[in-house]
Design a protein around this ligand. Structure first.
Ligand code: GRF
Length: 215
């Protein structure tokens, strides 16, 4: 199905740095019809990222940040490459490099990230270990709009898992990842369907309510 307003499928650009299991979940959802969208490019700061191998070569773009004069120059090259694919949404799926303000501004309102914690808890790295250390009884993942401050944008929706006695960080990773993948596909389906817009707390409430009905 194509968009009633543009006459084409919603265009999705994906930023990756690692193995790309979230990207794979998106590809599978497109392939079996759960997500009506088109991946128009996969972009990485790590040319060796396994995630890149999950899409055909013409869809791949990568560059090493150290070959650029500074962070702004790398970000500008990345932003130009992403922009050239005319994406409706840009999704950070395990993209491990902080995006500078200029990049964030350029894609403001259509830039999403998945983060492995129940934001606002545990922004940044080592989220599973930090949840365990704090003695949390539940943990999870969040999809949020990206703003210049790290992991601080409006949360769109979250997936939750219980923390069980004896869990270590690997246990949490293994149990959370499938839930994270479901969350990502559900949010991108809302985005692709034109049902997601950043309007402060209200969008948060609207999307949570949709997900409650889907699950
Ligand atoms: C995920 O846990 C995501 O939440 C975090 O990095 C990981 C990426 O995994 N930002 P993958 O590359 O999608 O497999």
């Amino acid at each position: 199905m194509s968009s009633p307003t543009t006459g084409r499928k919603p265009r999705l650009a994906v930023l990756v740095s690692g193995r790309g299991s979230n990207l794979q979940a998106v590809l599978c959802a497109i392939a079996d019809g759960r997500l009506d969208a088109e991946i128009v490019g996969v972009f990485s700061d790590r040319p060796g990222a396994a995630a890149l191998e999950r899409v055909p070569a013409p869809l791949r773009w990568s560059a090493e940040p150290r070959r650029f004069a500074d962070r702004a120059a790398f970000d500008a090259a990345l932003a130009d490459a992403v922009d050239a694919t005319a994406p409706d949404w840009v999704f950070c799926a395990g993209y491990m490099r902080i995006l500078g303000d200029a990049f964030v501004q350029r894609f403001d309102g259509r830039l999403l990230n998945v983060h492995p914690s129940l934001l606002p808890r545990y922004k940044g790295l080592h989220t599973h270990a930090r949840a365990l250390q704090a003695g949390d009884s539940e943990h999870g993942a969040s999809v949020h709009f990206v703003v210049p401050e790290l992991d601080a944008g409006t949360v769109v929706a979250q997936a939750r898992i219980p923390v069980l006695a004896g869990d270590n960080a690997d246990d949490l990773t293994a149990r959370l990842l499938p839930e994270e993948h479901r969350l990502v596909v559900a949010v991108l389906a809302l985005a692709a369907g034109g049902r997601l817009a950043e309007r402060g707390d209200r969008s948060n409430w609207m999307v949570r309510s949709c997900l409650d009905h889907c699950n």
